[in-house]
Design a protein around this ligand. Structure first.
Ligand code: HEM
Length: 462
């Protein structure tokens, strides 16, 4: 049985969601979802309990229950040790894999580097990069086929690289991406990781492999950190400089070079493919919904009048923001986060949660839940119009509570600047006959890329 209803009004309403490839882990082949193992009940009940040989899995989607897991009773629901251990092996001891006081200290220390004044400071880098990118599209012939998933990934990589390291240093964003891709490829799940005796050996082997992958890059990053420290005040005010100089507001402690390295890698992991995925889905959805596309164009023309977008324009791009929010509802870039482990018995919305249960709050399920959204498969940016109310914990592309994405404001600013700079001048049509499928591996992207045809907008200012 298909988990997802197929919308009955294919143009106006979200068309049919792109089908997914079968998950090799869970085996089942359901053409409508990237998570074939998830039972239909998880999309219908506020708290759904599933027992299997892999343990008890409890899917929580009632907003009050989600709030209990992610905020009110968060101390009872840490990330699962398995997830943290995987992240740690691949990407080091950064925010994604830390927990407890170690996590709190780093989060406090890093918060200013992601606060609104810092985002405003990164703004020109983002908009210049988006503009140069649009200029490159302008050099392509009308009707050129491009893989927009790849293009968005290249652009967000460039932006995170420039924001992190400025230009021209010893470390290129591309070298980080190459190492990360090899590390991520090493993260294939093997049931032996669940076997107590074998897990230690498996992880030690993984650690060795990952150290080799990162050896050269780590040396280059260490050199760059030392160089920045020596430069002191004269160092460029990029994200790296902010991380090196940051001090814990409570203890005054700085991060060590090794800690800064791990956070640099973590920020690349968390902050580049996610935004690229969001943008790829935005382009896909716009291509399927001409009325939404036309309204977006009208807003861009009215607000920008043909000039380049800046961070100051973002509050005025209300409809662009609605489109982005609705795209991240239907296709949350991190669809499977967050799995948590119940440390003690608890009760969520009247359901007993036994100690040791895996508690899952998954944006993919939450955002398509029958009780939270009217016709969840429908693509309808009006859901996010100013003034429309919804429970705070019903929409969580960036998760919620203390572990909410630290880069959420960075990501929204970046995505809107990219959208404004490009959609102001171009439209993209899905390559005729191309079947879009979902690929899920931490992030959720169109499988095998997203081939689209580049068109200049007739009424657009140059
Ligand atoms: C549309 C883009 C993005 C989405 C959808 C997204 C989503 C998320 C989600 C769901 C989490 C929670 C993960 C968990 O609980 O396991 C998270 C954490 C995180 N994100 Fe993002 N993210 C995005 C962009 C960014 C950007 C641009 C950056 C940095 C420049 C970033 C940095 C981080 C970091 C460091 C964490 C870990 C936070 C912590 O545990 O304290 N993310 N993100």
């Amino acid at each position: 049985m298909s988990v997802i209803d197929i919308a009955s009004e294919p143009r106006l309403v979200g068309a049919k969601p792109p089908p997914a490839k079968a998950s090799p882990l869970l085996g089942g082949k359901d053409p409508e979802t990237p998570f074939p193992g998830i039972p239909v009940g998880a999309y219908e009940q506020g708290v759904f309990v599933q027992r299997s040989i892999l343990g008890t899995w409890i899917f929580v989607s009632d907003p009050e229950g989600v709030k209990r897991v992610l905020l009110d009773h968060v101390a009872n629901y840490p990330k699962t040790p398995m997830e943290r251990r995987f992240f740690q092996a691949a990407f080091g001891d950064g925010l994604l894999s830390r927990d407890g006081e170690g996590w709190r200290a780093h989060r406090r220390t890093m918060a200013p580097a992601f606060a609104p004044p810092s985002i405003t400071a990164y703004g020109p880098v983002m908009s210049d990069a988006a503009l140069a990118f649009a200029d490159r599209w302008a050099g392509l012939a009308e009707g050129t086929e491009i893989d927009v998933a790849r293009e968005m990934s290249d652009l967000t990589l460039e932006i995170i690289g420039l924001t992190m390291f400025s230009a021209g240093g010893a470390v290129s964003a591309r070298s980080v991406e190459t190492a990360l891709a090899r590390a991520t490829d090493s993260l294939t799940f093997n049931p032996l990781y669940l076997v107590p005796g074998a897990a230690g050996l498996m992880f030690r082997r993984l650690d060795r492999k990952i150290r080799t992958i990162f050896a050269e890059l780590d040396a280059a990053i260490a050199g760059m950190i030392a160089e920045r420290e020596a430069q002191g005040e004269a160092a460029p005010k990029d994200l790296l400089a902010r991380l090196i100089a940051a001090r814990d507001s409570e203890t005054g402690a700085k991060m060590t070079p090794a800690e800064v390295r791990d956070e640099v890698i973590t920020i690349f992991v968390a902050g580049h493919e996610t935004t690229a995925a969001a943008m790829a889905w935005v382009w896909y959805l716009l291509s399927q919904h001409p009325a939404v596309e036309a309204r977006l164009h009208a807003e861009l023309d009215q607000v920008l009048g043909g000039r380049a977008p800046t961070v100051a324009d973002l509050p005025k791009l209300t409809y662009a923001r609605m489109v982005l929010d609705e795209a991240m509802r239907l296709y949350p870039p991190a669809p499977g986060t967050s799995a948590r482990l119940a440390l003690a018995d608890d009760e969520i919305c009247g359901v007993k949660i036994p100690k040791g249960a895996n508690v899952v709050v998954a944006p993919w399920i939450l955002h398509r839940h029958r009780t939270l959204w009217d016709r969840p498969e429908r693509f309808d940016p009006e859901r996010f119009a100013p003034g429309v109310e919804r429970p705070r914990f019903a929409y969580l592309p960036f998760s919620g509570g203390p572990r909410v994405c630290i880069g959420a404001q960075f990501a929204v600013a970046e995505a809107l600047l990219i959208l404004a700079a490009t959609a102001q001048r171009f439209r993209l049509e899905l390559k005729p006959g191309h079947r879009v499928e979902i690929h899920h591996r931490i992030t959720m992207r169109p499988a095998g890329g997203l081939p689209m045809i580049l068109r200049r907008r007739q009424a657009a200012a140059s």
